[in-house]
Design a protein around this ligand. Structure first.
Ligand code: UDP
Ligand code: MG
Length: 333
């Protein structure tokens, strides 16, 4: 009798699987249109078993109801309803936690990340790349201020980031291999700046360029202050350079103060005490005060983040999860 050991696997030709992860927040105007466009692309992929994972990030409009009626032909749909708006980073984290395919692609629901590029991304992955970054060579339909600040921010982040290369002008739109997603899902932090976390594991990367179209319908979900907060979170999550800069600023100011006081001492010794110098006194006072407050603020940013991490709260809460067949997905999170 032939004994087949436990770890014997008959060679089998397995179909490649693909998960598309889409975080949605108040996208009722564009959702059906987006879904049709994505479905059309998925149905052109031969030999790939695909699924779409929609995470409803606590929408207050009809997004969840629309999601439940989307047609699934030729692919599966999984729906997750978060218990409130946790933010895009948390919603994407929820999506990645539930994506178990060979390749995972993150898409925005507003068609600014064109689904037509999916075959190209898969082709790169099939050539052996674990991460396919999508760089925006141009951004259409966005204000000059947003374009300029985004451009400046990506460069500042690249300069600041301590040990990770965070690609410039690459948003969340990218393909990740199963391996990379497993690594990202292991990262425990609650401060989830995904552009950084997705770059953190490394692996073999390629960057493709595309022109980012304008939103197909609906409005952007970020105002300027929220974008600044996201940027700050990016920098503080991936760099302690602001702390170092504060230290160096302190050292240089102390040195300058030392030499200036030596000069003042000698000047008084030689020329006597002339009561003068109100402007320089005021200037030094104000400037020092400003720098000190700034340095305390920088410290505060980091302490705030440590405080948030230390509470160890979950990153998101799933209120309801559905398969298109309307069966409950076994939820063990
Ligand atoms: N989004 C989300 N939660 C939020 C904000 C946005 O899931 O709190 C989703 C949104 O539905 C969209 C994607 O994140 O699918 C990108 O949002 P948006 O288009 O507003 O960002 P922009 O392209 O303007 O940077
Ligand atoms: Mg958008």
């Amino acid at each position: 009798m032939r004994v087949i050991s436990d770890n014997y696997h008959a060679p089998l030709v397995r179909q490649t699987s693909l998960s598309i992860v889409v975080a949605v927040y108040n996208e009722q105007e564009v959702l059906a249109h987006f879904h049709n466009q994505l479905a059309a692309v998925l149905n052109t992929l031969s030999n790939i078993k695909s699924e779409i994972i929609y995470i409803n990030d606590g929408s207050s409009d009809d997004t969840w109801d629309i999601l439940k009626t989307l047609p699934a032909s030729g692919f599966a749909i999984k729906l997750f309803n978060l218990s409130r708006n946790f933010g895009k980073e948390a919603a994407m984290t929820a999506g990645l936690d539930h994506a178990n395919s060979d390749a995972i692609i993150l898409l925005d629901a507003d068609l600014q990340d064109p689904p037509e590029l999916i075959p190209k991304m898969i082709a790169s992955w099939q050539q052996g790349y674990d991460v396919v970054n999508m760089r925006r060579s141009q951004r259409h339909g966005e204000s000059k201020l947003k374009k300029w600040t985004a451009h400046a921010f990506y460069r500042l982040l690249a300069f600041m980031s301590d040990d990770v290369v965070i690609e410039k002008d690459v948003g969340d739109f990218r393909l990740l291999s199963h391996n990379v997603v497993q690594q990202i899902n292991k990262l425990p932090e609650r401060n989830r700046y995904m552009k950084g976390l997705m770059a953190w594991p490394g692996f073999k990367q390629i960057t493709l360029e595309f022109e980012r179209p304008k939103r197909a319908a609906g409005k952007t979900k970020w105002n300027f202050i929220e974008l600044v907060a996201l940027g700050l979170s990016g920098i503080t999550s991936f760099s302690i350079k602001p702390l170092k800069i504060a230290t160096w600023l302190g050292v240089s100011i102390s040195l300058a103060a030392f030499f200036y006081s030596a000069f003042l001492f000698l000047e008084t010794l030689i020329f006597g005490n002339q009561v003068q110098g109100y402007p320089s006194l005021m200037l030094a006072q104000l400037w020092l005060g400003g720098v000190q407050l700034l340095a305390i603020g920088v410290l505060g940013e980091y302490i705030g983040r440590i405080y948030k991490e230390s509470k160890g709260r979950p990153i998101y809460i799933i209120e309801e999860s559905l398969q298109l067949s309307q069966e409950q997905i076994n939820e063990n999170k």
